[in-house]
Write a protein that binds this ligand. Structure first.
Ligand SMILES: [Zn+2]
Ligand SMILES: [Zn+2]
Length: 490
């Protein structure tokens, strides 16, 4: 099939929305995720960014976005999939139309992918782990990236859900017949979505971090539903850098708060990405402004969906891949550390961030989804506060940096309500509580846990972490009428 005739799959999802499968998690809130101008954005062109319009309070309602009223494409039958993650009793797969991919000449990494990413039919599939045709076993929950497989979609089937887009309702579909792709084809797929060769010199990464020169007075743990986005903010709550810029996607898309209409770009803050899981960068697709920021990202394996986002950043000159030989970089109050988890799992092999207090106080640790033992030195360091790893998941490693209840001490949990992962996990709460971080669930007299899911009357649960005993939020007014990073709770 010639490329020109291939459909822009993300543009047509509204034509074929179907009853969601059981794994849909909805909030009663109206969901408003992005501006109409998104239609012209890089993300939309990349097939990831068509956002529901303002009128999607009921996901059964057809979005009014003009660009998604196109005739339906041919439904792909043959797809290549890569296991992305385990979510409860589901496998989550990153997928690309096989007929499309087979037509391409050799694609040399994300750089080469930029010329195809706009047409590429990339999508996400959720399928039950009990699906009998999977020819492989899972060693553990971090065992993602288990090679490439080919499967056939049965459009009258009902065992799976297909998301053409991270933010719109999924389609019910059947998965049939799974087979391993040839080693040559697997190599081509790996090569097409590789970040190798895009690493930047450490000094270049440092130069970007060095642009944040203001005193960092607050850490914003933003309520993005099931995901993570943290801001390193000045005394006016204006982010000077972000650590992750994610939020709820696919079956958790409705956990993203309707009230979060945009992030703040006043300071042209760089984004340090903890790792490539969708829920840690998806706001880079939701919001056009985020695509003009410089993204410092870890060198990790990607699927077609991630590579398409990365290609858009690369095209704009905004993709800065962390160099393999660099273990840490410090700039002002910030230290970025390369995580050292074993294996291919993304959670423990990305980047973590420590932020010292403005008066030299002990740092606040931002973890993304990385367990503490994978962050060099973390278990032996004293922290003022923690953003708890992986939305409060059970990390299968029960060591926690010891808490000493310094001024401002908090443990912040970023997760969506409801979520299918069971976040936060009671084991995590118990381990924190017994390690010097009093948690309300354990009957602590003066608990210091905070959760982004606790939304105020404005519909947002942003948490502000500081370094003083009685932190008082200064408020935020940058002049933008869509910016919604004003902190809510301490
Ligand atoms: Zn702002
Ligand atoms: Zn995550």
């Amino acid at each position: 099939m010639p490329l020109q005739s291939l459909p822009l799959m993300s543009h047509v999802i509204a034509e074929r929305t179907s009853r969601p499968a059981a794994l849909e998690f909805r909030s009663k809130r109206r969901s408003f995720h992005c501006e109409d101008r998104m239609s012209a954005s890089l993300a939309t062109a990349n097939g990831l960014g068509d956002c529901p319009s303002r009128e999607t309070s009921d996901v059964q309602q057809r979005p009014s976005h003009s660009s998604i009223r196109r005739p339906p494409p041919e439904r792909p039958n043959r797809v290549y999939v890569r296991m992305d993650q385990v979510a409860g009793s589901y496998l989550v797969l990153d997928a690309i139309g096989a007929d499309f991919f087979d037509e391409l000449p050799a694609v040399d990494g994300v750089h080469g992918w930029t010329q195809y990413s706009e047409q590429a039919p990339v999508f996400v599939l959720w399928t039950p782990m009990s699906f009998p045709l999977w020819p492989f076993q899972y060693e553990d929950k971090d065992d993602d990236g288990l090679g490439w497989w080919e499967t056939r979609l049965d459009w009258s089937g009902r065992n799976s859900t297909l998301y053409y887009n991270l933010f719109l309702e999924g389609l019910t579909v059947g998965l049939a017949k799974v087979s391993q792709v040839s080693s040559a084809r697997a190599q081509q797929l790996r090569q097409a979505f590789s970040l190798s060769g895009l690493e930047r010199p450490a000094q270049e990464i440092l130069d970007i971090l060095n642009r944040a020169t203001k005193s960092l007075e607050w850490i914003g743990v933003y309520d993005v539903g099931q995901g993570n986005a943290n801001g390193l903010c000045d005394d006016k709550e204006t982010p000077q850098a972000y650590f992750d810029l994610g939020g709820g996607v696919t079956s958790h898309r409705n956990t993203f708060p309707a009230a979060l209409t945009d992030f703040c770009y006043l300071a042209s803050p760089p984004v340090v990405l903890s790792h490539w899981d969708w829920d840690h960068w998806s706001s880079g697709v939701r919001f056009r402004g985020a695509q003009n920021l410089d993204w410092i990202v870890p060198l990790q394996w990607l699927g077609g969906v991630h590579a398409t986002f990365a290609a858009g950043l690369h095209n704009g000159g905004h993709l800065f891949v962390w160099p393999a030989a660099t273990s840490a970089l410090s700039s002002g109050q910030m230290t970025v550390r390369k995580c050292t988890g074993r294996g291919f799992g993304r959670n423990h092999t990305g980047l973590a961030m420590e932020v010292d207090g403005p008066g030299g106080q002990k740092p606040i640790l931002l973890t993304g989804d990385a367990r503490y033992s994978a962050i060099p030195g973390a278990l032996n360091r004293t922290y003022t506060s923690l953003v708890v790893p992986h939305h409060g998941a059970n990390m299968q490693n029960y060591n926690v940096p010891y808490g000493t209840l310094l001024a401002g001490a908090r443990i912040a949990f970023s997760f969506g309500n409801p979520n299918s992962f069971g976040h936060p996990d009671s084991t995590t709460q118990r381990d924190l509580n017994s390690s010097g971080w009093p948690h309300s669930s354990q009957g602590a007299a003066a608990p210091i846990d905070r959760e982004t899911k606790n939304r105020g009357s404005g519909g947002l649960g942003h948490i502000g972490l500081g370094w003083s005993a009685k932190p008082k939020l200064p408020g935020h007014n940058c002049g933008s009428n869509t910016c919604s990073v004003k902190l809510q709770n301490t």
